[in-house]
Design a protein around this ligand. Structure first.
Ligand code: ADP
Length: 511
């Protein structure tokens, strides 16, 4: 980091509240404990924040419950305006938030700015959705009255977010929850709490009523928020993280049949069909692989490339990957930051070693880089055999395995041969061909001739073990709404019943 960036970084970190946000107040944990936040590029301590325990989570739930009825009654327009103010203030604080994201998560500043814009967009999108929560009225098919269908807030929600997009994962859950009229407890990842705390502060500045959003940071999530899943006051869990933890949470949530939304792991196939444009495929591949340094559930995990293009694609990708500037995300010109921690780097390296041992060739990279941070060389592995673990496990790092294929049907079969089903990428010079292949892929999302699918206006989410429910789009707010229906014995309003010449004809002629 340059001297000025370091100074700015210290100021920005110093301005973040370090307590727990409960019932509108920044408070200390009942049992005083704290946890250290590190800069993954240097290993240095950035800050110390309050570390919540189970009693604090209980207090947060009590506050969310106390605020629930009032927030549900707040006019949708008022809820929307709060989200609009939060959008404006988040954008106004783009530089501070981006610096925090880069410092605690490691991504390059330019990407962190992109995350602020992307994350803020959920606030704007759901501000617009807040005033469009509609229902319907239908005549009962047997003519026996009216069916009145309404949708209302599901109630207090527990929102658990990961470290890879510390702002956007929080806004992607909080914005629809608030728009729907739900109150929430946000539990950010212990690696990256500063961004979430800074964002919660923005919400407070925007006039968020006490208790509507509560934030608990904890080093022991299972002990701290685990008990909430069995608490009848909680009505909803939304979780983004690993499939292993997601499975465990679903099991725990089963006890009280909690509403659950899950965004879990992925193993995205990136298919380059025989008629693809090579340069376009390489451009898309770089984005699909290297956004967030590969630490994204949407990251392309397997490049299945038609044999006629495979060598040119693999060498072209290697050339681009080798040219990337790796370093601390806050340094000018850096394109790839460190991995989040040493454990993650060790896992990535283990997967790479396994592939090489089974016969893959490293065209570039293939090893950790000198620290102090957990840096890993952008890597391209060619001719990766199907048994290699990294074709079946989520890599979450800057490693691109290339697998040539001869037969398209076989490539599609392999693309679907995974427990995951989040996203796929299809490259083809013929849109109809691309769409035909995309239609056969078992994923919740597919990108055709591009490397990014995420868009606040679109339903993000996966099939199979990649998750349940959708975030963003018109669908995103449904996750926070309960549908209710009232059977009305009498017609509420005689819509459609005034038949010309019927028994009532002429009665209101003069009216
Ligand atoms: P990762 O391995 O990428 O850190 P995790 O699934 O472990 O992914 O973490 C995602 C989020 O889930 C983080 O906020 C983490 O603190 C939280 N988490 C992990 N384990 C539990 C648990 N048992 N109960 C509740 N939250 C958890």
């Amino acid at each position: 980091m340059t001297a000025t960036a370091e100074l700015r970084g210290q100021d920005v970190v110093a301005a973040v509240p370090k307590g727990l946000l409960i019932d509108g107040e920044w408070v200390d944990p009942v049992t005083p404990r704290s946890l250290a936040v590190q800069n993954p590029a240097t290993g240095e301590q950035l800050a110390v924040v309050a570390d919540a325990g189970a009693q604090d989570a209980d207090r947060a739930l009590a506050a969310a419950c106390a605020a629930a009825a009032g927030w549900a009654r707040t006019a949708p327009r008022e809820r929307a305006e709060l989200l609009q103010r939060a959008f404006a203030l988040t954008i106004a604080r783009r530089e501070q938030l981006a610096l925090l994201i880069s410092l605690e998560m490691g991504k390059p500043l330019a990407e962190a700015r992109g995350e602020v814009d992307y994350g803020a967009e959920y606030l704007r999108w759901f501000a617009e959705e807040a005033v469009r929560i509609d229902g319907r009225v239908a005549h009962a098919p047997n003519g026996d009255g009216e069916l009145l269908v309404t949708r209302g807030p599901v109630g207090p929600c527990l929102l658990i977010t990961p470290w890879n997009f510390p702002l956007a994962m929080a806004t992607r859950k909080l914005a629809p929850a608030l728009a729907a009229g739900c109150t929430a407890i946000l539990k950010p990842a212990a690696e990256t709490p500063l961004t979430a705390l800074a964002f919660a502060d923005i919400l407070c500045e925007c006039g968020l009523p006490p208790g509507v959003v509560n934030v608990v940071v904890t080093a022991e999530p299972a002990l701290t928020v685990g008990p909430l899943l069995g608490d009848r006051r909680l009505r909803k869990l939304s979780f983004t993280g690993s499939t292993a933890v997601g499975r465990r949470l679903v099991r725990d949530a089963a006890e009280q049949v909690l509403r659950v939304s899950l965004e879990l792991g992925g193993n995205a196939p990136f298919l380059v069909l025989a008629d693809a444009d090579l340069d376009q495929a390489l451009d898309a591949a770089m984005v699909a692989k290297m956004r967030n340094g590969g630490e994204a559930c949407t990251a392309a995990n397997r490049f299945l490339v038609h044999r006629s293009l495979a060598d040119a694609f693999a060498h072209g990708l290697a050339e681009r990957m080798a040219a990337l500037v790796v370093g601390p995300g806050t340094q000018p010109g850096v394109e790839v930051g460190p991995l989040i921690h040493e454990r993650q780097r060790a896992k990535v390296d283990e997967l790479v070693r396994d592939a090489i041992a089974r016969g893959a060739t490293a065209l570039t990279g293939g090893e950790p880089l000198a620290g102090p941070g957990a840096f890993y060389a952008p890597t391209v592995l060619h001719e990766v055999p199907h048994a290699a673990r990294l074709l079946h496990e989520e890599i979450f790092g800057p490693v691109a395995p290339v697998v040539p294929f001869d037969d398209e049907a076989e490539a599609i079969r392999r693309a679907n041969d995974t427990e995951y089903g989040l996203v796929a990428y299809v490259m083809s010079g013929d849109l109809a061909h691309g769409l035909r292949v995309a239609g056969r892929l078992e994923t919740g999302m597919v990108a055709i001739n591009r490397g990014v699918v995420s868009n606040p206006a679109a339903p993000f989410g996966g099939m199979k073990a990649s998750g349940l429910g959708r975030e963003g789009g018109a669908e995103g707010i449904d996750e926070y709404l309960e549908t209710r229906y009232a059977a009305l014995a009498l017609p509420a309003w005689p819509g459609g019943r005034a038949v010309p010449g019927g028994p009532d004809a002429g009665r209101h002629e003069r009216g």
